[in-house]
Design a binder for this molecule. Structure first.
Ligand SMILES: Cc1cc2nc3c(=O)[nH]c(=O)nc-3n(C[C@H](O)[C@H](O)[C@H](O)COP(=O)(O)O)c2cc1C
Length: 160
């Protein structure tokens, strides 16, 4: 059985719910759902494919996701090329720059993008709304679940 590693960070819960949904969908692989803080290069090497899930903060991936990539980048460079990956971003109203950043990092790692990025916008505008706990709606959660299911099925069938 292949191992799908879902690496995520979340402050107000939106990205966490998206990552959990992807994990629920990924029934065909062994799936590890882990916060970015705890991920080591060994965890990256031990997985066969990845979903990276981050909030967009200040038009960038969150600091904790950046820390995870910084800690692991050179340790696994040239050791994970060709493996499949996908991106999920929870954003207030945009999310595209966080996607771009992860795509650049994944290009450096020579990972293979196997699905369109999923961006979920919470439409929080005021400071109070942005700092409040998030509830991701069922339609958006379904997209995340489907992404997890497609990744897992593709990995298990050897398509990726
Ligand atoms: C400091 C900060 C900066 C943010 N910057 C952006 C941004 O640049 N673009 C955007 O679309 N949303 C931005 N947001 C909104 C978050 O992406 C949104 O609240 C999201 O739900 C956070 O994910 P989480 O619930 O998993 O923590 C920002 C939020 C915070 C707290």
């Amino acid at each position: 059985m292949k191992t799908l590693l879902i690496v995520y960070h979340s402050v107000t819960g939106g990205t966490a719910q998206m990552a959990q949904a992807a994990s629920r969908g990924a029934t065909e692989t062994r799936t590890r759902l882990e916060r970015a803080e705890g991920i080591t290069p060994e965890d990256m090497l031990a997985a066969d494919g990845y979903i990276f899930a981050t909030p967009e903060n200040l038009a960038a991936i969150s600091g904790m996701m950046k820390d995870f990539f910084d800690r692991c980048y050179y340790e696994v460079l040239d050791r994970i090329q060709g493996r499949p990956y996908a991106i999920m971003v929870c954003a207030g109203s945009d999310g595209t720059n966080a996607v771009r950043q992860i795509e650049r990092i994944a290009t450096g790692w020579r990972l293979k993008a196997v699905a369109a990025p999923v961006i979920v916008c919470t439409h929080a505008q005021t400071p109070e709304a942005i700092l409040a706990p998030k509830v991701i709606g069922p339609d958006d959660l379904r997209k995340c679940e489907e992404l997890g299911a497609a990744m897992a099925a593709g990995m298990e069938m050897g398509i990726y």
